[in-house]
Write a protein that binds this ligand. Structure first.
Ligand code: C2E
Ligand code: CA
Ligand code: CA
Length: 290
């Protein structure tokens, strides 16, 4: 009965009118889900999460002009756990709201530390759909901005297109409140999810993040047309464009020709610890300014 229940749960999760056979792999997956669900809140109390930072570079100068905060989990026995393993679970069971509150504070605290050292770069923070739907989100954001006295115009919230799937009145209202604080909004993974171009007109968005799948295809004719079209459309709507998943110099050359604004990817660096990020920043921005 337990196995049948696990299979039913999976079938329901995949959508209506489906069926699913129980397999040992599914059993392991479910055990993992249950274990992580229990372990995640405990990990927050035990300080096992850490924010890593990945640079964003100006397309023309190559200077680091921003960073994206990306969470990592240092599990005491399993080692480093990547976000794709636990963020979807946290989004599913709602724990993302509590975790996101912590992420927001840690990131803004880091922004404050940079500003006190004269480093004025953009900081992008990932925000899950459930956080946007949380009625306390904007108040919490506002109190953090006041507490840490940071420049809000250099803070960017990265939100995926899935936010537009539910209650658009609430989303629009929240976006407007975020904008009123001076904070910027970036549409993450643009073009991969549930996109409708009308949202770009209706919602106060500042930045489009072109997803890695488009960059991977930069050297095919169709691929290039997609990238070019996204950039041209974004600029027409007065949005700036960040290309993500940039791994080779040729992609940067291509993006530069297409007038993209900045890029992020392994070509410059993987997400790294704050100490590594700071020394990279000192090294790169000094080198390119001489
Ligand atoms: P994302 O927001 O799309 O983040 C970009 C992901 O692409 C990161 O993976 C980054 O390491 C990876 N990446 C960046 N440049 C390259 C590249 O050149 N090549 C390749 N192959 N990959 C690249 P990461 O850090 O594993 O994060 C995965 C996802 O987990 C994120 O996707 C985001 O959806 C979620 N996530 C991570 N941190 C947070 C967080 O603090 N809050 C929330 N809500 N979600 C987060
Ligand atoms: Ca992101
Ligand atoms: Ca992304």
């Amino acid at each position: 009965m337990k196995y049948a229940d696990i299979a039913m749960y999976k079938a329901k999760n995949k959508g209506r009118r489906g069926y699913y056979f129980f397999t040992e792999a599914l059993n392991i997956q479910t055990q993992e889900y249950i274990e992580l669900t229990k372990a995640m809140p405990l990990a927050l109390k035990q300080d096992e999460y850490q924010l890593y930072y990945q640079p964003q570079n100006d397309i023309k100068t190559g200077d680091i002009v921003g960073a994206e905060a990306l969470i990592r989990w240092h599990h005491p026995t399993n080692g480093l756990i990547a976000p794709y393993k636990f963020i979807p679970i946290a989004e599913n069971n709602g724990f993302i709201v509590e975790l996101g509150t912590w992420i927001l504070e840690m990131a803004i605290k880091q922004k404050h530390a940079w500003e006190t050292r004269g480093i004025h770069i953009k900081l992008a923070i990932n925000v899950a759909v459930k956080q946007i739907q949380d009625i306390n989100f904007v108040t919490h954001l506002q109190s953090l901005l006041e507490q840490y006295q940071v420049d809000p115009t250099n803070i960017v919230l990265e939100i995926t297109e899935y936010v537009f799937l539910h209650n658009n009145d609430l989303v629009l209202n929240t976006f407007r409140k975020i904008k009123a604080l001076g904070v910027k909004i970036s549409l993450d993974d643009f073009g991969t999810g549930y996109s409708s171009l009308s949202y770009l007109k209706t919602f106060p968005i500042d930045i489009l993040k072109i997803d890695k799948v488009f960059l991977d295809d930069y050297n095919s004719n169709d691929g290039l047309i997609f990238i070019e079209t996204i950039i041209t459309m974004a600029h027409t709507l007065k949005l700036s464009v960040v290309a993500e998943g940039v791994e080779i110099q040729e992609q940067v050359n291509c993006l530069r020709q297409l007038n993209c604004d900045s890029y992020q990817g392994y070509l410059c660096s993987k997400p790294v610890t704050i100490n590594e990020f700071n020394s990279m920043y000192n090294r790169l921005n000094k080198v390119s300014s001489t």
